[in-house]
Design a protein around this ligand. Structure first.
Ligand code: FAD
Ligand code: SF4
Length: 325
C-alpha cells in the first residue's frame, strides 16, 4: 500500500475545503482501504469525516419524510424505528448487504459510492478495463460476464453497480443531499451513478469538493419489499435484486415504483412497467404482463441471458410480497 496523509475534519466546512484540494473522504473505510491496498485508488491524502458531529442520525421531516445523516452506520439506519415502520424496503435492503460486522462500520453515505465488483476491474494484474485504465478496452465484453449488465451497457463497459441500499432508495424516489463551497444540491437516487453511455470511466456524478451530507426520503409507500437473489444466503452480493414501493387501494395497485439492482451500472427503474401496473389487481395476469413490458429493452450478454428471467420473476415476487405485508 502507498503511504498517504491522514487528516481528521472537525466540521463540514473543513472537510469540503480539504476535498477541494484533492483529499479523499474516509467514512467507514470498508471500501476505501481495500482499494488503497489493491491499487484501485492511491489517495495522496485522506480526510476522515467520522468526527463531524452533525452528519449522523435519522430524523423526521415536516413533510412526512425522513432525513438520514450520511455518516449514519448501516445497521443504525436499518434498525431505526422510523425506517423499520415506514420504509421496510429500505431496512430490508440494508440488512441484506455484506455482514453484520461490516454494517456496524459502513455508512449510508459511503455505501452508494462503492465500486464495481467486475473481476477485471479488481484484478491484481493489469487487464483491459476502461473503468480502471480509460481507453484500455473491456475484457468482460467477450469474457466472464455472467454477473454483468442486461440494461444500459455499451461495448466500453458492461459492469453493474453492486450495492443494495441505493436500489431501495431509487424505488422510494429518495435524494442524496450534496454540499460543496458553492452551496448544496439534491441528486435523485437513480441519477447518482453514471451509465457507460455517458462515460465508461466514471462511477458517479459527484464533483471534486462535493460531500454527501444526507439522504432524504419523501412520504412512505403503503406497501414495500426488497428481494435479493444471490448465490448464498449471507455475505454475498446480489445476482439480481428488486425493490418495490406501492400505493395500494385494497388489493389494487394505485401507484408502483420498481427499481432493480445488479442489472445495470445504476439502480434501474422499470418505468414502463410502473405505468402499466396502475389500476391492476395483485394476482391478476395483467401484473405479470406489465412487468414483462418493463423488460422490452433488456439486452443479454454472451453468458447472462438467465438474468432477464431471474429479474422478471424477482420483480413479480417482490410485488406479491409487498402487497401481503
Ligand atoms: C466483503 C464485503 C461484502 C460486501 N457486501 C455488500 C453487499 O452485499 N451489498 C452492499 O450493498 N454492499 C456490500 N459491501 C459494501 C459495503 O457495504 C461498503 O463497503 C460500505 O457500505 C462502504 O461504506 P463506508 O462507509 O465504509 O465507505 P468508505 O470505504 O469509507 O468510502 C467509500 C467511498 O465513498 C467515499 N465517501 C464516503 N463517504 C462519503 C461522503 N459522505 N461524501 C462523499 N464521498 C464519500 C469515499 O471517499 C470512498 O470513495 C460489501 C463490502 C465488503 C468488504
Ligand atoms: S465491464 Fe467495466 S469494469 Fe469490467 S472490464 Fe469492462 S470496463 Fe472494466
Amino acid at each position: 500500500m502507498h503511504n498517504f496523509g491522514y487528516v481528521q475534519a472537525q466540521s463540514r466546512h473543513d472537510a469540503i475545503a480539504l476535498l477541494e484540494e484533492g483529499a479523499t473522504p474516509l467514512a467507514g473505510g470498508t471500501e476505501l482501504l481495500n482499494w488503497a491496498r489493491v491499487g484501485i485508488l492511491q489517495p495522496a491524502r485522506i480526510v476522515d469525516i467520522s468526527r463531524i458531529e452533525d452528519l449522523d442520525g435519522v430524523e423526521p421531516l415536516p413533510d412526512g419524510g425522513v432525513r438520514i445523516g450520511a455518516m449514519t452506520r448501516l445497521n443504525d439506519v436499518a434498525q431505526h424505528p422510523l425506517i423499520v415502520e415506514r420504509y421496510s424496503v429500505f431496512s430490508q435492503s440494508i440488512l441484506s448487504a455484506a455482514s453484520a460486522q461490516i454494517r456496524n462500520l459502513a455508512t449510508i453515505g459511503g455505501n452508494p459510492l462503492q465500486r464495481v465488483r467486475c473481476p477485471y476491474f479488481r484484478a491484481d494484474e493489469p487487464t483491459a478495463c476502461n473503468k480502471r485504465e480509460p481507453g484500455s478496452g473491456c475484457a468482460a465484453l467477450a469474457g466472464i460476464n455472467d454477473r454483468h449488465a442486461i440494461f444500459g451497457w455499451t461495448d466500453e463497459c458492461v459492469a453493474v453497480h453492486p450495492a443494495d441500499p441505493p436500489v431501495a432508495l431509487a424505488a422510494l424516489d429518495a435524494a442524496y443531499v450534496v454540499e460543496s463551497s458553492e452551496g448544496s444540491r439534491r441528486i435523485p437516487a437513480d441519477e447518482l451513478h453514471v451509465l457507460p453511455t455517458r462515460n465508461p470511466a466514471w462511477h458517479n456524478v459527484l464533483l471534486r469538493g462535493e460531500l454527501i451530507t444526507a439522504i432524504e426520503l419523501g412520504g412512505p409507500p403503503s406497501h414495500s419489499a426488497y428481494l435479493k437473489i444471490r448465490e448464498r444466503e449471507s455475505y454475498e452480493y446480489a445476482t439480481v435484486s428488486a425493490a418495490v414501493a406501492l400505493q395500494m387501494d385494497g388489493d389494487t395497485i394505485s401507484e408502483a415504483r420498481i427499481a432493480l439492482g445488479s442489472v445495470a451500472m445504476r439502480p434501474w427503474r422499470l418505468r414502463n412497467a410502473e405505468r402499466l401496473l396502475a389500476g391492476r389487481r395483485v394476482g391478476s395476469p395483467e401484473v405479470a404482463e406489465a412487468i414483462a413490458a418493463g423488460f422490452a429493452d433488456a439486452r443479454p450478454l454472451s453468458h447472462n441471458a438467465y438474468k432477464i428471467t431471474l429479474a422478471r420473476n424477482a420483480t413479480l415476487r417482490a410485488i406479491e410480497t409487498a402487497a401481503r405485508a
